[in-house]
Design a protein. Structure first.
Length: 317
């Protein structure tokens, strides 16, 4: 069987029967091995376990990189047992979807909010983004379905806006609105909330954002706006917004004028905003993109972003 070796013996310990091999390079593994020259508590050879990422396998040696410290070289003949293990979810992946969304509220400086249990009624007098003009219906409202629904409709009718709800697909909140005739707010695909580590994105952006134009940065409180101006004019040809909250930095409205694309301006804007967030202590970066925007998804994947959760917008028919 591939990756399984027939055992030999060191003392009374069977060695070599495991599920390791060249196929686990790059994967997280746990390895139990003999410690040569040492005696275990029962008088036989001493054994020790190692958890880390297999970075090399060949020439009779397995090299494992633990979470901390230097790589460990293990003679393949000393391996008693071992197997691949799932990657441990990162701290950012364990953050609930609602909490991640609430951090994103900082991206809109003039956002007006009103709590409704775990829900958040959102309205902006200037921004047109749905994130700023919809109820964030993640979790429990603390009211009955009819009462929560009436509060949402009353809030947006009161400010002369079409009621819109941001919900997780197949959630109880999604069913609550769909059961009352709500439909997708537009033909857009579900929105993907993506995250990555600031250090990973910074490494990917280093050298990728090449432009001969200056990125100008203006900050106000926990928000920053970056833009690029071409020539002697004052009209921005690229720009974006970032916000810092807790130890997360988020991006929105990363845009480049059509006649200035393919020059790395968008990456330069992101790089400047990412540096700004890092200087404030951000360790996690996030953004949101439509699930059918393949070019953007491919770009962000190269920068280390991956899906945290998806959600959709429903509106009263």
């Amino acid at each position: 069987m591939p990756g399984v070796q027939e055992p030999h013996h060191v003392g009374d310990v069977g060695v070599g029967q495991h599920r390791l091999g060249p196929h686990v390079v790059g994967q997280r593994v746990v390895v139990r091995r003999v410690v040569r020259g040492e005696t275990g508590p029962t008088g036989g050879p001493a054994l020790t376990d190692l958890l880390g990422t297999c970075v090399a396998w060949g020439d009779g040696v397995c090299v494992v990189q633990p979470a901390a410290g230097a790589p460990v070289r293990i003679e393949i003949g000393d391996i008693v047992s071992g197997k691949p293990v799932p990657q441990r979810p990162s701290v950012r992946d364990r953050v609930p979807a609602r909490d991640a969304q609430v951090l994103g509220l900082a991206l809109f400086a003039d956002l007006e909010t009103e709590p409704l249990g775990d829900w958040v009624l959102r309205r902006s007098p200037t921004a047109t983004a749905r994130r700023a003009n919809s109820v964030l219906a993640f979790g429990a409202s603390g009211l009955s379905g009819d009462e929560a629904y009436a509060r949402v409709v009353g809030f947006y009718d009161g400010v002369d806006q079409r009621p819109i709800a941001a919900v997780l697909p197949d959630s109880a909140e999604c069913s609550l609105f769909e059961d009352r005739g709500w439909v997708p707010e537009s033909t857009d695909a579900d929105t993907v909330f993506q995250v990555t580590s600031v250090s990973l994105a910074a490494r990917a952006l280093r050298g990728a954002a090449v432009t001969d134009l200056e990125v100008r940065l203006a900050e106000s409180g926990d928000q920053a706006i970056a833009h690029v101006v071409d020539g002697d004019g004052d009209v921005p040809v690229a720009g974006g917004v970032a916000a810092f909250g807790r130890d997360w930095v988020g991006f929105r409205s990363i845009e480049v004028s059509p006649d200035h694309r393919r020059r790395g301006l968008g990456l330069a804007v992101m790089g400047a905003l990412l540096d700004w967030g890092a200087q404030r202590g951000a360790t996690t970066a996030y953004l949101q993109v439509l699930g059918d925007n393949e070019p953007a998804l491919a770009l962000y994947e190269r920068l280390g972003f991956r899906e945290h959760h998806r959600y959709r917008y429903l509106a009263r028919a």
